[in-house]
Design a protein. Structure first.
Length: 240
């Protein structure tokens, strides 16, 4: 199956072939279209054990806020893989803001997925990871650039595009240590969300935006587009 056929199939139905398998996804039900979740304020640090309110908006087609829309949040502690769930609910009738109160006791780094109402709880918009810290700690926080500095300049890098309704290379085979860069060449916002939430997902990528990440460990890394979960792909890492 070539790219054009995949694109046509997506337009017709909402299943896509990835790594030789047919994968069915729940349809997006928010007002019959697709939706993303955007935080009103970024979350960088949360203090362990302290209930923290987080405000967000559910955006139709990545743009228009829905009134009275909520979201289910899945928070994954990246070091242990343990999961916590929370609900974001509208702050008032006709409110464009949904608020969640989350309490996390385990310090460390967290990935989180916000699934707008109507999305299955295992798909949704991946939000930027944040850290949970103990209030009394003297330990310096790990700097934001730590991951960049570990990058091996000699590692192979691969580039691929995101099209209107498909990943241009749904199966990418790379050597261990390679860096993959996705660029959204479409006017439609897309996202690269790994099914393994302990991995970094991209923010929402607008036209021309790129996201890159390194794959050090051999294996198969399945991903999908947050707003359009029927768009899927796999990065196969190993000796190829
Ligand atoms: Cu998309």
């Amino acid at each position: 199956m070539n790219r054009r056929q995949v694109t046509a199939m997506l337009a017709a139905g909402g299943t896509v072939v990835a790594a030789g398998q047919w994968i069915a996804r729940a349809p997006n039900a928010v007002a019959g279209g697709w939706a993303t979740v955007e935080l009103v304020n970024p979350v960088e640090l949360i203090v362990a054990g302290l209930p923290t309110s987080v405000d967000m908006q559910v955006l139709g087609h990545g743009v228009s806020p829905f009134a009275d829309a909520g979201a289910t949040l899945r928070l994954v502690h990246r070091e242990s893989g343990s999961e916590t769930t929370a609900r974001a609910v509208p702050t008032a009738e006709n409110s464009l803001i949904a608020r969640a109160t989350i309490t996390l006791d385990e310090p460390g780094s967290y990935s989180w997925l916000a699934s707008p109402d109507g999305y299955s709880s295992d798909t949704g918009t991946a939000l930027r990871p944040f850290r949970v810290v103990v209030a009394t700690t003297d330990a310096p926080l790990r700097g934001k650039g730590a991951e960049d500095s570990q990058e091996d300049a000699a590692a192979v890098s691969t580039h691929t595009d995101i099209l209107d309704s498909a990943f241009a290379d749904p199966l990418l085979e790379v050597a261990a240590g390679a860096t993959v860069t996705w660029t959204n060449t479409s006017a439609i916002p897309h996202q690269v969300v790994f099914e393994d939430l302990t991995r970094d997902s991209s923010p929402l990528l607008y036209e021309g935006d790129s996201f890159r990440t390194a794959f050090d460990e051999p294996g198969e890394y399945a991903y999908y587009c947050g707003p359009h979960p029927s768009m899927t792909g796999v990065v196969r890492v190993g000796d190829v």
